[in-house]
Design a protein around this ligand. Structure first.
Ligand code: F0G
Length: 367
């Protein structure tokens, strides 16, 4: 396999802590496409790219942090891992745990995770429990379980997760030759904005003392502004207080009390960025632009970053000509119903025809 991408640990080993490189559990994650998006550039007056994280092995960015977290756990001889999840973390944890020969327990909010994610976790043999509560309740329980029982927590409060996820920033800089002016992404539990900010800083030679790769030359000359977007019904950082009953169609980011709240605020403030809210309507409109004009199918939460830059552009808050990367975090097939249903509940139904070419041509409006 002379030319195959080797997964983020092998590709970026020198910039990761040594303990994650000792027993590598990988599915070939990372190396995802950075796709130019002229339709978004035209709408914003900027130069916009999307980092398509749905192309990871389990269909979301979580795989970057899961290869490092499960590798580290495997290196320590762990037999079992646990996570709370709105869906993608559980799918990823389950897949990597299978590769490591570990048991994986997942706690998900009852009835509030997308079918694709639920079936992934089950397919990979996870012990999946639907908890009577929301994600925040699940995370409290998962933390307590890991404190008191022989299971390791693989949520993004585990620092090994952040180490893996920071490689998304490395790949963006590697592809563009330097950091973009702005990096936009959805914010839920706030691990990813924390991880990207760490990655951008380290690649610009601004990492905290003692970080892995400290002695290597800087790759970027600067860091981007970090623009994070929460769903309006689940926007605790924007509101300035936890939301006890978060609600949004973007179930992946239906989170009322993010674990990495302060770190997200630091990423925002230290980078001169913003964290704002976008409505479900704006999310679905951005979802549609991505699929029907850019050619990239994402799950609703993943469209929050695009909704955010479009909303800021409407308010005249996108600098002309700025280079913007929007990380789109998960694949559309995770939660495909939104392409077939609009927010007002109306269904999109395909036209039925008989199998003869004349009726097909007629239905297509061909003469
Ligand atoms: N986008 C998607 C598709 C997600 O699944 C998540 C988080 C986020 C964005 C937000 O990232 O939490 O690091 O701020 N999903 C977690 C999960 C919570 O359990 O799968 P974040």
């Amino acid at each position: 396999m002379a030319h195959q991408w080797r997964g983020i640990i092998a590709e970026y080993a020198e910039r990761l802590p040594a303990h994650v490189t000792e027993r590598i559990v990988t599915l070939g994650e990372g190396g995802t496409p950075l796709v130019e998006a002229p339709a978004l550039s035209a709408r914003t007056g900027a130069q916009v790219f999307v980092k398509v994280e749905g192309m990871n092995p389990t269909g979301s960015f979580k795989d970057r942090g899961m290869t490092t977290a499960i590798s580290a756990a495997a290196g320590r001889g762990a037999q079992a891992v646990v996570c709370a999840s709105t869906g993608n973390t559980s799918a990823s944890a389950a897949a990597y745990a299978v590769r490591a020969g570990m048991t994986c327990a997942v706690l998900v909010p009852d009835g509030k995770i997308a079918m694709g994610k639920l079936s992934q976790a089950i397919a990979h043999g996870a012990r999946l429990l639907q908890v009577d509560g929301n994600f925040d309740d699940c995370l409290v329980a998962a933390r307590k379980l890991a404190d008191s029982y022989p299971v390791e927590l693989v949520n993004s409060v585990n620092p090994d997760r952040i180490e893996g996820q920071k490689t998304g920033a490395f790949e963006i800089v590697d592809a563009l030759g330097d950091a973009p002016d702005i990096h936009a992404l959805p914010v839920g539990n706030a691990g990813n904005i924390t991880a990207y900010w760490k990655g951008f800083r380290e690649y610009a030679g601004q990492g905290a003392p003692g970080h892995a790769g400290e002695d290597l030359p800087a790759v970027a000359t600067r860091v981007p502004q970090m623009w994070g977007f929460q769903a309006a019904g689940a926007a605790p950082i924007v509101a300035g207080h936890p939301i006890t009953e978060p609600e949004t169609i973007a179930t992946a980011i239906r989170i009322g009390n993010p674990a990495s709240w302060e770190l997200a605020e630091s990423a925002r403030d230290d980078s001169g960025g913003v964290i704002e809210a976008v409505t479900d309507e704006q999310i679905l409109a951005a979802h549609r632009v991505l699929s029907s004009e850019v050619g990239v199918f994402v799950e609703p939460a993943s469209a929050a970053g695009v909704a955010g830059i479009l909303s800021r552009a409407e308010r005249g808050l996108v600098p002309a000509g700025a280079r913007i990367v929007v990380t789109v975090t998960g694949h559309g097939l995770k939660d495909p119903q939104w392409a077939l249903r609009t927010l007002d509940g109306s269904e999109v139904t395909p036209t039925r025809v008989s199998a003869d070419v004349v009726s097909i041509a007629d239905a297509l409006g061909l003469d």
